[in-house]
Ligand binder design. Structure first.
Ligand code: ATP
Ligand code: MG
Length: 419
């Protein structure tokens, strides 16, 4: 991708009206645009990051046989009333509106009820089960406070999967496979070392068991307690409810990057989603729901890895593999010509951002550091006079000089050291 084809620009200063580090840097770098508190738009580079995170999630979900679809954002009141989750007293983050004829409608904050209602069309007997279906969809929640940048949006992207099973055993096997899939997802996003599965209370979802995925992060709004001896992690709610002395445990600030729930047969029974079992008996379907905050994950990655120069992306989710930082002084000079050649050689093998803008050298290098692509090829006059270019590892700052013939070899070697 040629930078001259991109409409976004970097800013010299962080936006004054933004409190969260993640959004400050993302806006400064032109990855994100702030519409209002808790509402963000994703610009071309930001969207590429989101798509990379989605790609990893999609891969993990298809490994557990998830089928992708997409539900509607406008929802029917009656469906949510059937389980007592329409009333603002029970769910306090609803955005609601009305049709012209006065009919109440809700904006999707979650999808258990509409999907369960829809499944009545597809589930008749045990032969139709299990079903695992998921979507990436914008959720809307009227959050009281939205001060954590993209980590707490009033509009945000979630991956949500729903499992419909014919027995508790079948459900439990799947639920455990999902824990494994989630841990693999966070690891591939660069959050593996700091993400913990916690036993949690079910919140507005269910009185049954649920697990949270919590990543250690100073900007997070949650707290976890790690019991290393017994290999158990509690969230604040769960340790209130248990008899464990929390002063003896390791305490960390965390961000909830995922949450999975077992509903048992309760919700499907209430909503009338029954199936005919092998013995001819009608039974409620066992429901599970499994969320990942895709935009929150992106925010947590920014918080954890960004430094004073700007963004630092783990290689799997970086918008590009390589940025070519071409320090040419005028079009057609030697540096410019050599940069064009290097770009042509690499553009089909890697995801490349080629900064082909004519602008001051220092500003261009600052932009590259701000963007945070893990590898930079810096092409400047001095090194080029020796028939060499520099390769920089943005993650640790290491810079090496390589001959023009050895650029790919150099990239490969430097690439091995990336997280
Ligand atoms: P929180 O306690 O942070 O408000 P939640 O428990 O209400 O979150 P869930 O309903 O469990 O959220 O949603 C599943 C996942 O979606 C969460 O684990 C989190 O990663 C993400 N998420 C929830 N609310 C937001 C939000 N306002 N902005 C971004 N991501 C969110
Ligand atoms: Mg939750």
């Amino acid at each position: 991708m040629r930078h001259t084809n991109i409409f976004t620009k970097t800013r010299k200063e962080s936006p004054k009206d933004e409190l969260a580090k993640n959004a400050q840097i993302l806006i400064k770098a032109g990855f994100v645009h702030k519409e209002m508190a808790g509402v963000y738009a994703y610009m071309p580079f930001g969207l590429k990051v989101l798509e990379n995170i989605k790609k990893i999630a999609r891969d993990e979900m298809s490994k557990v046989s998830g089928q992708e679809m997409i539900m509607a954002s406008l929802q029917k009141k009656e469906i949510w009333e059937s389980t007592d989750r329409w009333d603002d007293k029970n769910v306090d983050i609803w955005f609601k509106s009305q049709l012209k004829n006065g009919t109440d409608i809700g904006f999707a904050w979650s999808h258990e009820e509409p999907i369960t209602e829809m499944m009545k069309n597809f589930i008749v007997s045990y032969k139709d089960l299990p079903i695992y279906t998921y979507q990436f969809q914008t959720k809307m929640r009227n959050e009281l406070r939205a001060k954590s940048g993209i980590m707490r949006g009033r509009e945000f992207l979630m991956k949500d999967l729903y499992s419909y099973s014919s027995s508790d055993e079948e459900h439990e096997t799947f639920y455990h496979n999902m824990i494994t899939a989630y841990l693999s997802f966070y690891k591939r996003c660069g959050l593996g070392d700091d993400t913990y599965v916690t036993v949690a209370a079910g919140g507005v979802f269910t009185k049954n068991i649920s697990h949270e995925f919590q990543t250690i992060c100073d900007a997070g709004e949650d707290i976890i307690y790690i019991d290393r001896e017994n290999n158990i992690v509690y969230n604040e709610e769960a340790i209130d409810a248990s008899l464990v002395d929390k002063n003896k445990l390791e305490k960390h600030k965390t961000a909830e990057v995922g949450n999975i729930f077992s509903f048992g047969g309760e919700k499907c029974e209430r909503m009338g989603l029954l199936f005919m079992d092998k013995d001819g008996e009608k039974k409620p379907v066992i429901l599970g729901s499994y969320g990942i905050g895709i935009t929150r994950v992106m925010g947590v990655i920014v918080e954890k890895y960004a430094d004073e120069k700007g963004l630092v992306w783990p290689k799997n989710i970086s918008p590009f593999d390589i940025e070519i930082v071409s320090l040419f002084k005028e079009e057609g000079d030697n540096v410019h010509k050599e940069s064009e050649k290097i770009h042509n050689n690499l553009k089909d093998k890697y995801e490349v951002l080629y900064d082909d803008r004519l602008m001051p050298i220092v500003a261009k290098m600052q932009d590259a550091d701000l963007y945070g692509v893990p590898l930079q090829i810096i092409i400047g006059e001095k090194t080029l006079d020796k028939d060499m270019v520099q390769i920089k590892n943005r993650q640790n700052g290491e810079v090496v000089e390589v001959g023009l013939m050895d650029v790919e070899k150099g990239l490969e070697e430097m690439g091995r050291g990336l997280f």
